[in-house]
Design a protein around this ligand. Structure first.
Ligand SMILES: [Mn+2]
Length: 285
């Protein structure tokens, strides 16, 4: 069954300021699979919400955005990266902000590669994703931060909400100079102070955001491939989006895995995408 387009994505492409697209790809997943069904579940969940957004006192229809549907199905991860980069490049070339809906986290470096190298990248993730390769695949979802760092430089990417990495990743981050914000620091100091530290650290005016929904606590977002306790709360990501709005040049939201969900993870993902659309729209109105 074909998924409907994302709710309120009624703008014609030429008129849209933001363009959504789905990446139903999960072939590098090593634990709980199924994020290829994420885009459809998120689109369906998006119909839960009012077009008028009380907290913004605005209607989301004031921000023209389009849904381009899903990318084709890809086999090898390198093919996915090429296809997704091309899609994002076309959207950027048309002067629009891309929002990619996953699918697994391997799509994030593919989108980032469509941008110039002088952008900064903030990630939300339970995991550092800093392996150079995983299961013989350099484009694995376990390598997202590493491949992003290849493009923008290791000093211009920072993942927030981290509470898991391997011994090898720890050695590599120290050797190569990657920084991150642990979830424990966010719980101690709050999302605003830690985001300010992250923005100062990456020192870029234009910021791309990659949200792995497993950065959120599994109590709120159980429908993920690799759940990790002690996560951040949804309202903290809303706050982060509001602060990042004026700097946001694109984003993705990934790793929603509907088979492990009772619907709440897809709902949260849809709401966060709507929040991002409002944050981008308000910053540029
Ligand atoms: Mn993750």
């Amino acid at each position: 069954m074909a998924a409907p387009r994302f709710a309120d994505a009624v703008a014609k492409y030429d008129d849209a300021r933001i363009a959504l697209f789905g990446v139903p790809y999960d072939r590098t997943c090593s634990f709980r699979g199924g994020s290829r069904y994420g885009p459809a579940a998120i689109r369906q969940a998006s119909y839960n919400f009012e077009t008028f957004m009380m907290d913004h006192q605005r209607d989301i229809l004031e921000v023209p955005f389009a849904d381009l549907g899903d990318t084709p199905v890809f086999g090898p991860s390198a093919d996915m990266v090429t296809g997704v980069s091309k899609m994002a490049s076309d959207i950027l070339g048309a002067g629009k902000v891309p929002i990619a809906i996953g699918g697994e986290h391997s799509l994030a470096p593919a989108v980032v590669r469509a941008f110039p190298k002088d952008v900064g990248v903030i990630g939300i993730d339970a995991h550092l994703d800093f392996r150079d390769s995983y299961l013989d695949d350099r484009w694995s979802h376990a390598c997202s931060a590493r491949r992003i760092a290849d493009h923008v430089g290791v000093e211009h990417v920072i993942y927030m909400g981290v509470r898991s990495y391997s011994r090898e990743e720890r050695e590599d981050l120290e050797r190569l100079g990657l920084t991150y914000v642990s979830v424990f620091e966010i719980h101690e100091r709050g999302i605003v102070a830690t985001l300010q530290r992250a923005m100062k650290q990456i020192d870029r005016d234009q910021i791309y955001l990659t949200i792995d929904i497993d950065g959120v606590d599994p109590a709120y977002a159980p429908g993920v491939g690799n759940p990790e306790p002690f996560g951040i709360a949804p309202i903290q990501i809303k706050r982060l989006l509001g602060i990042l709005g004026p700097s946001l040049i694109g984003l993705d939201l990934n790793e929603v895995s509907p088979a492990w969900d009772h619907g709440q993870t897809a709902l949260l993902a849809a709401r966060l995408i709507r929040e991002a659309i409002m944050a981008i729209g308000e910053a540029r109105s």
